[in-house]
Write a protein that binds this ligand. Structure first.
Ligand code: CCH
Length: 290
């Protein structure tokens, strides 16, 4: 049977598969961006998890505190209301799902339904109130270099290889001038999960975009694609670059590594006992939903 809020231990794989299906069924919507809410849902999952600090054990996906100001108003989160609003009808259908499980599960649905790898996912996050909002400044700025990427991602507990693997999510979606100020997609197929981002980084010629907006790159060939300063840092840095080269050549390796690191991202800040308690068999084993 369906889990209820008062009985978190009753969540079976079948219950969460129903939530998965409800998200998957609504993902494609003509008239929204490139025709899918997938990319912005991946970004919501990432921004709700990437606030984690391993030293203070604050932030992370256990709380969905982006529902509240000030976190909802942080500059990095501009535009994510579209993703949160998109998920409200799903929350209404399954009121027993916490927002923090729903947002992370939506990221998994989006990656998988757009052709990416299977992501192991576990329920068990609990929502927290406004006073637990993450402080501003924990998410990366696009106009910075590799030292900033390391400062931000090492704080979450990731290494250089994991930083490069996570960045491949920029195969998806686009920048919006009314959200981040930047403009355009990274790849030619922004609603397909591929390793194209790495190939383009290495093999396109990138020039500064000439405009009044924030500093970003555009491709010389078509002028229709973009890279941020942080994206270009991945090929400038001698420790990051070999991973870009590997993932550009080997999509299977990228998919395998992305699957692991994205699952890890979505669990930042969640106590292990939460996962065990939330599953009907108390095993703490991930569900592979599809
Ligand atoms: Fe990102 N990202 N991201 N990103 N991101 C933006 C959009 C997406 C940075 C900056 C931006 C990750 C890492 C970084 C997605 C997933 C991930 C935008 C445009 C900026 C700016 C926002 C807008 O205008 O709508 C920076 C800097 C970093 C540094 O590492 C990681 C990690 C992930 C996921 C694993 C996705 C998906 C999008 C597209 C969203 C959309 O609405 O299309």
């Amino acid at each position: 049977g369906a889990a209820s809020a008062s009985d978190l231990s009753a969540g079976t794989k079948a219950d969460y598969q129903k939530v998965y299906n409800a998200i998957a069924d609504r993902l494609e919507q003509e008239g929204y961006d490139d025709g899918s809410y997938g990319p912005v849902l991946v970004r919501l999952a990432w921004h709700s998890s990437g606030t984690y600090c391993k030293d203070t054990k604050t932030g992370g996906s256990n709380g969905a505190t982006m529902r509240f100001a000030p976190e909802s108003d942080h500059g990095a989160n501009a535009g994510l209301k579209a993703a949160r609003d998109f998920l409200e009808p799903v929350k209404a259908m399954f009121p027993w799902v916490t927002y923090s499980d729903l947002w992370t599960l939506a990221g998994v649905v989006a990656v998988q339904e757009m052709g990416g790898p299977q992501i192991a996912w576990r329920p068990g996050r609990s929502d927290r109130e406004q006073e637990h909002c993450a402080p501003d400044g924990r998410l990366p700025d696009g106009d910075k270099e590799q030292d900033h990427l390391r400062f931000i991602f090492y704080r979450m507990g990731f290494n250089d290889q994991e930083i490069v693997a996570l960045s491949g999510a920029h195969a998806l979606g686009r920048c919006h001038t009314d959200r981040s100020g930047f403009e355009g997609p990274w790849t030619h197929s922004p609603i397909s999960f591929t390793n194209q981002y790495y190939d383009l980084l290495l093999n396109e010629k990138w020039n500064w975009k000439k405009w009044n907006g924030p500093k970003q790159y555009i491709d010389k060939n078509t002028g229709g694609l973009m890279m941020l300063t942080t994206d270009m840092a991945l090929i400038k840095d001698k420790s990051f670059r070999p991973w870009v080269e590997k993932y550009a050549k080997d999509e299977e390796a990228f998919f395998a590594d992305f699957s692991n690191v994205f699952a890890k991202l979505l669990e930042l800040g969640v106590p292990e006992e939460n996962f065990k308690a939330a599953e009907a068999d108390h095993s703490g084993k991930p569900y592979k939903l599809k």
